[in-house]
Design a protein around this ligand. Sequence first.
Ligand code: GDP
Ligand code: MN
Length: 387
Amino acid sequence: MNLMEHQGKTLFRDAGIPVPRSHHARTPEEVGSFIDATPGAWVVKAQVLMGGRGKAGKIKLAGDASQGRAVAEEILATPMPPNRQNPHGEPIRSVLVEERLAIAHEAYCAITVDRAARKPVLIVSRFGGMDIEEVAERHPESLAKFYVDTAIGYSPFIGRELAYRAGLDAGYHRAFPAIAGALYDLFFRYGAKLVEINPLALTEDGRVVASDAKVELDDDALHRHPELSEWRGALPLDEDEILATGAGVGIRNFRRFPGNVGTMANGAGLAMATMDAVSNAGGHIANFLDVGGGANAQRVRNCYELVVNNTGATVFFVNIFGGITRGDEVARGIVDAMRQTTSRKIPLVIRLTGTNEAEGRRILAEAGMTPVETMDEGARKAVELAS
Ligand code: GDP
Ligand code: MN
């Protein structure tokens, strides 16, 4: 789950990372009345999951309430335009009204998992406010990294060393070790994949403040923090994610593509291999679908209907690896699902392997479906039937 800036900053505040005073608002009127009640110099920032808001004109200054209303109106009027981070752009549903900082320096600080090193890595640069990819290209020498030994954890000397190696302005040195420590604690407490502060601002009056917040949480660790579940519901889903949720599979288990070979497999890896097999056979896939564990009749039916009713599929290629789920059970699930469904019928090509596969294939053949022995054979059959 990726968090919006205002949500990330809520976690920052609780963790002891300094953030600007702010108010999260959904309408221009709300922005206006907030500024009326608390006059000052404010920034109004679009709340979206993608970055690059500054460049897109989705961060604007407001000196008084009527300006606040006007810029909020402008920001909310059009979606965030596409960029490298998100080629579709993103609708804007709310804004953050934030204390305007007089920024003297912008630095970069993040923590993520380095899979090769199998350790969390703290990354610091004296160049903040631009994409880290750009920093890596243009100023690779400015990137200071520290791989944290999780058995030992974080100590302030790590932060002091990083600040020095990254060449941070001296104004950062006093506050930085505690901020990096709080970032490390937050990373572990929430099971994050990435926590990024870009920019970490040094203000004219010498404060070090997180001016932006990007937090990506590992969905498998969310159960430790049920209080965040309402944020999940608040985040915008795209059309494919809404369809996936409706069919009872995970939000990332379904994606549509422009082709005509519908696919379904158990496991994301097998689902992607299935798509490759179809491409190798000269076909064009209509979707990615990971049915998840346990392919009973209800679930197979939901998935079949999901694909038939929402994609251009003219054939449905099912690729199941029977492990704990036995092949004969899956076969019965498929047969029952096809009897129950009231949706349009398209031919099914089924590759069933693993536990009780022969029995499974017999059940399918008796029901008039096309069982095949290998994935490539299935892909060829499906491409043939599709055209
Ligand atoms: P992003 O473009 O989506 O990453 O949004 P950021 O929150 O990082 O803001 C982009 C840029 O806007 C920052 O790097 C700053 O240069 C500028 N900015 C944002 N808030 C303030 C502020 O309070 N004061 C000043 N002076 N600049 C700001
Ligand atoms: Mn930023």
